[in-house]
Design a protein around this ligand. Structure first.
Ligand SMILES: Cc1cc2nc3c(=O)[nH]c(=O)nc-3n(C[C@H](O)[C@H](O)[C@H](O)COP(=O)(O)O)c2cc1C
Length: 409
């Protein structure tokens, strides 16, 4: 099975007003474990600072051929050879024209001629420029040679014209990258129900009991499942990140609301993943008016919340997969094993919390997978999207196993 972990994308950024959107592309691909080498044209550097791309990718920006010592060491032929994909986003009328006509007067154009990797252009330009015969002819020429194009989209442009010319959104470009890099649609036709984020349990109308969950792991899982063709429903509590646009999103606050939503949707799902940091307890009687400060101590009675993943595990259909998460500060494996068995889960992702590179809010996670047969799969500290990639590989394998078992019985 193809994974993106070892892939190398050369990201060419050219002098369009949409250059800032390439930052999101660089960030998403890097977080997914792809090596991204940013290459900027002279014009692009006037619009977005190279330091941004260096910070996002962890790699030096390559630019003019003989401009500085730093670039003297970078062999454009070697880079062109090592790339799995050249993505030019945004692509100006200028780069399209140069690439179509074999001009090699800077780093990007030279490498584009030297590479045999697939090339994907995401054009961005004024409508009159885009519809100009010269530009259309150049695009046709490049397409005849096997280059691929995504967009442009139509709409109101920065130059105030209304028509085709806007670069398509980063999320769509990243999806196109996944499909060129060979990621299969191995979850097509499957429905994944996912809980993510924190819960806020009201104390009074202005205060709540919460936790530190950012929702990043859950949203990485949703993005990965969507990229592999699954239909995804995300039931999210309060989170720090925006859910993927293509997911069906249900916003909740409390554990009880999350539980109600899961019960409504669990029958539709082939896979239920509980990545939310569900509040185990809620305030038994939230005050209807704000508590006032007083010199007396304040005691608040807590009562137990529904055990969402435990209920799903108890009610699941034989061919349905239920996957849980255990976030632990201590005795990680023992606690995760207990949860796996007690809640009738097919797999549990046990991750350490409370360290800077793992757990709530971090971009990476220190996790291992525990299976019903007692197997434990260890992982190094990985970007959350890379861990989601590994998780999806197991989901595909487990789904095909349960499908075979239900045919046999
Ligand atoms: C603020 C600004 C925005 C621009 N936006 C675009 C654009 O969206 N598309 C385009 O083809 N050219 C645009 N241009 C013009 C290009 O930057 C110009 O054609 C340049 O020579 C492109 O060089 P490059 O392709 O090497 O980056 C813009 C110029 C400026 C100053």
């Amino acid at each position: 099975m193809n994974t993106t972990s070892a892939k190398h994308v050369v990201l060419g950024v050219t002098g369009s007003i949409a250059a800032y959107k390439a930052c999101e592309i660089a960030s998403t691909l890097t977080k997914a474990g792809v090596k991204v080498t940013p290459v900027m044209t002279h014009s692009a550097k006037q619009l977005v600072g190279p330091a941004t791309f260096e910070g996002l990718t962890g790699n030096r920006v390559i630019s003019d051929m003989v401009e500085s010592e730093q670039n003297a060491n970078i062999d454009h032929i070697a880079l062109a050879k090592s790339a799995d994909l050249f993505l030019v986003a945004p692509a100006t009328a200028n780069i399209v024209g140069k690439a179509a006509n074999g001009i090699a007067d800077d780093w990007l154009t030279t490498a584009l001629l030297a590479t045999q990797a697939p090339i994907l252009f995401a054009p961005a330009m004024n409508t009159n420029m885009y519809t100009h015969t010269a530009v259309q002819k150049n695009i046709d020429l490049l397409m005849q040679r096997g280059c691929q194009f995504i967009g442009p989209a139509a709409g109101l442009l920065a130059c105030k014209t209304d028509g085709p010319g806007r670069m398509v959104e980063p999320e769509e470009i990243v999806d196109a990258v996944w499909s060129i890099l060979g990621r299969s649609d191995d979850l097509k036709g499957k429905h994944i129900l996912l809980t993510t984020g924190a819960n806020h349990e009201p104390i009074d109308p202005v205060r709540y009991i919460g936790n530190r969950s950012s929702g990043k792991m859950g949203f990485a899982i949703a993005q990965e499942a969507l990229a592999r063709g699954a239909e995804v429903t995300v039931i999210t509590g309060p989170a720090d990140v925006a859910p993927p646009a293509k997911a069906k999103v249900i916003q909740v606050e409390t554990a009880q609301e999350m539980s109600n939503a899961v019960m409504v949707h669990m029958d539709e799902a082939d896979v239920v993943i509980g990545a939310a940091a569900v509040a185990d307890y809620r305030v038994a009687q939230p005050a209807t008016q704000k508590h006032k400060r007083s010199t007396q101590s304040l005691s608040i009675e807590l009562c137990e919340n529904p055990d969402i993943i435990g209920t799903v595990g108890a009610q699941k259909r034989p061919e349905q997969l239920v996957i849980g998460f255990a976030a632990e500060t201590n005795d990680l494996i023992a606690h995760a094993e207990e949860k796996l068995n007690k809640k009738n889960l097919d797999l549990i992702v046990a991750n350490k919390v409370g360290t800077s590179n793992s757990g709530f809010g971090a971009e990476t996670t220190d996790a291992r997978f525990l299976f019903r047969d007692g197997t434990i799969e260890e992982h190094p500290v990985l970007p959350k999207r890379s861990l989601a990639d590994h998780l999806m590989n197991h989901i595909v394998a487990l789904l095909s196993k349960t499908a075979k078992t239900s045919v046999t019985h």
